[in-house]
Ligand binder design. Structure first.
Ligand SMILES: [Zn+2]
Length: 86
């Protein structure tokens, strides 16, 4: 091993905690991206879509819905609120 290689090893070893925390952050970020790219099925229209999806309440109780259906959900939610006010 040359002196330069020794120095490199020392640098790497002394930075190990930092490197491992950096790798942890990268792993978390990759998980988040994978989650975003994951295809989900809309619980209202049954179409598959990418992304986090929306809360389908009050149209459906469980699952997630697509952007298109979210528009309908929001309308229904507003109507429900209006009927509660009356
Ligand atoms: Zn949908």
């Amino acid at each position: 091993m040359t002196v330069i290689e020794m120095r490199t090893m020392e640098t790497v070893c002394s930075n190990l905690p930092r490197i491992s925390s950096m790798l942890g952050r990268i792993a978390n970020e990759m998980k988040r991206i994978a989650d975003e790219l994951e295809t989900k099925t809309c619980c209202i229209c049954g179409k598959s879509f990418k992304g986090h999806g929306h809360n389908p309440h009050p149209v459906e109780i469980e699952g997630v819905c697509c952007d298109e259906c979210n528009a309908k959900v929001v309308v229904k939610r507003i109507k429900q609120l209006e009927s509660e006010v009356e």
